[in-house]
Every structure is written in C-alpha cells, then in structure tokens.
Design a protein around this ligand. Structure first.
Ligand code: NAP
Length: 248
C-alpha cells in the first residue's frame, strides 16, 4: 500500500515516516510538509495519507485527498462538530473513501477512554487532568475532549445528576474548562509528552485511570492499524477503537 505523510517534518510526522519505512507491507510514497504541492500525492499514486499537520491546515489536505479518492488517517486534532460535518459532506461525494479521525493513536490511551466510559456509570464525580509538552497549540487536548464526551454520554445513560461542587469560583478558570459534564484541567510544561489522568470519586473511594505516552513511537502501532484498515471502512470513523474490535 502506498502511503504519504503530511506534516512529515513535524514531531509526529517524522515518527510516522520512520514507522512506514520500516513496515514491509507499506511503501512511503511521499513525505510532504508546509509549502509542498499536494499534486505529489497524485503523481506518486498514493492510496492513503496520514495527516499530522495543524488544525488550521488539515481540512484543505483532506479535501484534496478525498476528492482524489485517497483514504485519510488523521491524527491532527481540533475536530469540532463543524469540521466533522464538513468532512461528512466531502465523503458523501466520494463514498468509497475511508476517513479515520483518531484523537489518540495510543492503544493504551484508547483503553483509558473505554475504561473511563465504563467507570463513569458508577461514580458521582469525575474530572480530567491532561498534561502535555509546552509546544502543543490546542487546549484542552483532543483526547481529553473525547474522553469528556464519552463520560458525559455514559452519565446520561445512567441518569447521573449534576456533580457535587460547593465551590464559589474566586479566579475564573480555577475549576477548569467544562466539556459536557466534565471539568478538564490542562497543564502545559516542558518535560511532558502526552499524559492524562481521569479521576473518579464517590462516597469513601476514588479511582484514578492514568495513561502516559512516554515517547512518540508509542503512537505508531495505532497509526499503522489505522493505515492498514482505513480502506476497509468507507465513510467517517471517529476513534481508533472502531478498528480495534476483535483485535488480539
Ligand atoms: P508539529 O511538530 O508542529 O508538526 C506539524 C508539521 O506539519 C510541521 O512540520 C508543520 O510545518 C507542518 N505543516 C503545517 N501546515 C502544513 C500543511 N498545510 N501541509 C503540510 N504540512 C504542514 O506538531 P506535532 O506535535 O507533530 O503534532 C501534529 C498534530 O498532531 C497536532 O494537531 C497534535 O495535536 C496532533 N497529535 C495527535 C496525536 C494523536 O494520537 N492523534 C498525537 C500527538 C499529536 P511548520 O512547522 O513549518 O508549520
């Protein structure tokens, strides 16, 4: 399979280039970065692109790829409802193309989200702390937003009421940014890669579910699962977990 990487000079893109080059069933067709022409994708017969660029750049890349019948595996974050509906619209015009939007390619991170969704049915309180390197441009992280959405759905289904919170906020932001029911606290600091802790609490007990990405190589098994499976899933898929079902 011929695979191109967009954002190839970036931190995630460079790691993806190396992962594709060392996979015997995949061929790196192009490694493109800012300023390179997307026409290269056509010239090289690219079948799948992996996009690790920037939230402001990604839609233009996806439009080009989908319009030209190229499957897309997307790690770039910042996919809100507006971008997802734009993407669905593009895919409706080329129904054979698969698009995977994965807020997190870490297999452990996907499990952390699934475990959190399960735990959310049983605990009254829940908050998220996510910690990332200081160069990350978006906050909260895509993973934290996705986790909060999954938890909010689970709370709705189990008919949970408002969380107990007697605090009178003195400084705005002290209680984090709320996504659905869940406050998210974002830490940005040198020394971190990508980490998240989901803290659950109820009378007399707490449960913490934590995932740590130690380095960017840890995302690559997930990226390769995306690349190898995207063509089998036409249309839009959000979340790598949808490709992991039945995997051992
Ligand atoms: P990065 O190091 O800044 O890399 C982004 C690269 O893309 C840079 O080389 C940048 O060039 C380039 N670029 C910008 N616009 C482009 C365009 N239109 N076409 C091609 N290349 C373009 O960022 P990163 O840390 O690798 O992260 C990239 C994205 O992946 C972010 O959204 C991040 O949040 C996300 N991410 C996702 C996961 C996941 O598991 N889903 C994990 C980690 C990171 P310039 O530097 O010249 O602008």
């Amino acid at each position: 399979m011929k695979v191109a990487v967009l954002g190839a000079k970036g931190r995630m893109g460079a790691e993806t280039v190396a992962a594709i080059e060392s996979a015997s069933d995949l061929t790196l067709s192009s490694a493109l970065d800012l300023g390179d022409s997307l026409d290269q994708l056509i010239k090289t017969g690219t079948e799948v692109i992996v996009d690790f660029t920037h939230p402001d750049a990604v839609m233009k890349n996806l439009e080009f790829a989908i319009t030209n019948g190229i499957h897309v595996v997307v790690g770039t974050t910042g996919f809100d409802d507006k971008k997802l509906s734009e993407l669905k619209n593009l895919l409706s015009k080329n129904t054979k193309v698969g698009a995977l939007i994965a807020p997190n390619f870490g297999l452990g991170a996907v499990l952390m989200m699934q475990f959190s969704q399960k735990a959310a049915q049983y605990f009254e309180s829940v908050e998220i702390i996510e910690l990332h390197h200081a160069n990350k441009v978006d906050a909260p992280s895509g993973t934290a937003i996705r986790t909060a959405e999954l938890i909010t759905d689970a709370r709705k289904q189990s008919k949970k009421g408002a969380m107990p919170d007697a605090s009178k906020t003195i400084i705005p932001g002290a209680r984090g940014a709320k996504v659905g029911d869940v406050p998210i606290h974002s830490v940005r600091s040198h020394g971190y890669v990508a980490h998240q802790e989901v803290i659950f609490g109820d009378a007399g007990e707490t449960l913490s579910i934590r995932h740590d990405s130690i380095n960017r190589a840890g995302f690559m098994p997930g990226v390769l699962i995306g690349v190898r499976n995207v063509a089998k899933h036409p249309g839009l898929t959000v979340g790598l977990e949808n490709y992991m079902e039945g995997m051992k």
